[in-house]
Design a protein around this ligand. Structure first.
Ligand code: ZN
Length: 448
């Protein structure tokens, strides 16, 4: 049990800043909030807050841990004229070059980066076509070693033949069952399962039917990229005679647990259909800029926007700034406050997944510093030159607060970062990752 003494609670939904108080954590949850809690919890390990801010942890709602070792890669990559070529020349060579030791290092390095940035939950979308079986359990182990929460899935695709596609579905189902069995046995799991697909343009109708069946049998949701580039939307209308979102809906893949990545080229009727089905749109502003796929002009029409990094690290405060400033550049109507609501909405996604199969009294609460909520928390060393109050929380995130202010990070009541030091063996993880990165780049060279 842990007691944060003399902290100011910084809330994101709705934004607020509390007077100095104490926050007690027990059994992975917030047990009490109030003055002088040391009398009530004399046994608790005390953390001197010194008036620092304590907030809910940040959620990255779409990422690819498999790209953690792509940073600064030295590989001969042909120039690409468009996004489809970029996938072939770069990303599909990268994912094919991943084996399980590379994946393990990649996941550990990515998870470590995330917690050091104040991120407590990562929604991962994984691909390693030459090492599919068991891959999600390797990633899960990395989450557990670092102490990070999240959702995992495998990106099923037909681009490596029918057996590749079947193996993708199989891995998703296997992992969902593993998760369900552990939860049924009363284990406190940090990761939940989605059923994953790469994108409509690499999934035939047979694949979508198999994925829909997996969604149904496991009771989990679907996580896929849709219309990241215009090509995906054009292909769907050309080959299947349907808008990509309408095509997914035809297979029953659009539900309240569905996560649609990007959606840059969706049309108004597709956004309306997503809203009707209560599905989530994962917006990845920085990745869209990097891949030059265009800006999502209908972003503000979506009901459930969440924010992700799409594999470009996991620093959500940095991503938040990109989302805000790219939107400002497009002269969109949203202010930082709307983007703060989007970033916070990743917690609704977690709540929907972690309450699968739970009795209503046990339904988890994320993203709140309140009694009974999950103890996924960040303590910030934020010396602000201007007052920080309820009305300007989003402004401080856009123009001030950054990962350099992270002092301590707790997930499910356990510290992952304490007094600016990782609670895991960061040196070993880093050294191993650099070794595996070199192997990955060499293997990419062999797969030109
Ligand atoms: Zn992605």
């Amino acid at each position: 049990m842990t007691l944060f003494e003399n902290v100011r609670v910084l809330s994101f939904n709705p934004p607020s800043v509390s007077p100095a108080t104490d926050v007690a954590v027990e059994d992975g949850k917030i047990a009490a909030i109030g003055q002088a809690l040391a009398e009530r919890y004399p046994q608790a390990e005390k953390v001197a807050g010194g008036g620092r801010f304590l907030s809910p942890g940040l959620v990255c709602s779409h990422t690819h841990l498999y790209s953690a070792l792509a940073r600064g890669m030295i590989v001969d990559i042909k120039p690409s004229k468009d996004f489809a070529q970029q996938l072939r020349n770069l990303w599909w060579r990268l994912d094919r070059a991943i084996d399980l030791p590379i994946l393990e290092s990649s996941a550990l390095a990515g998870c470590a980066d995330a917690v050091m940035s104040g991120v407590t939950s990562l929604v991962d979308h994984h691909a390693s076509p030459e090492a599919i079986d068991g891959s999600l359990s390797v990633i899960r182990k990395a989450y557990e070693e670092i102490g990070l929460r999240g959702l995992l899935c495998y990106e099923t695709t037909d681009r490596n033949g029918d057996e590749g596609s079947r193996a993708g579905v199989r891995e998703n189902v296997r992992f969902a069952k593993e998760t369900a069995a552990d939860r049924a046995a009363g284990k406190a799991v940090l990761t939940e399962a989605c059923i994953g697909g790469h994108a409509p343009f690499t999934l035939g109708d047979g694949d979508l039917a198999a994925l829909a069946d997996a969604v149904k049998t496991t009771g989990r949701g679907f996580h896929i990229h849709v219309a990241e580039d215009k090509y995906d939307a054009v292909d769907s209308r050309h080959r299947h005679g349907l808008d990509p979102i309408a095509r997914l809906d035809k297979f029953g893949l659009l539900r309240p647990l569905s996560i649609i990545g990007h959606g840059v080229w969706l049309t108004e009727s597709e956004v309306a259909l997503m809203n009707e089905r209560d599905a989530f749109l994962a917006h990845n502003a920085r990745s869209n800029m990097n891949n030059a796929v265009g800006y999502n002009g209908l972003l503000t029409k979506h009901r459930n926007v969440v924010l992700g990094t799409d594999g470009m690290g996991a620093d959500m405060l940095e991503e938040f700034k990109f989302a805000v400033f790219r939107h400002r550049e497009s002269q969109g109507p949203w202010w930082p406050g709307e983007f703060l609501a989007c970033m916070d909405r990743g917690n609704r996604l977690l709540e929907r997944y972690f309450s699968i199969g739970a009795k209503s009294a046990e339904k988890p609460v994320f993203g709140k510093v309140e009694t009974g909520a999950a103890a996924d928390l960040v303590l910030w060393d934020y010396e602000t030159p201007t007052p920080l109050v309820a009305d300007n929380v989003a402004g401080h995130l856009a123009f001030g607060l950054s990962a350099r202010s992270v002092n301590s990070v707790m997930v499910a009541g356990r510290f992952a970062v304490r007094d600016r030091s990782p609670c895991f063996d960061a040196e070993r993880i880093g050294a191993k990752a650099r070794e595996q990165a070199q192997r990955l780049w060499t293997r990419m060279g062999d797969r030109a």
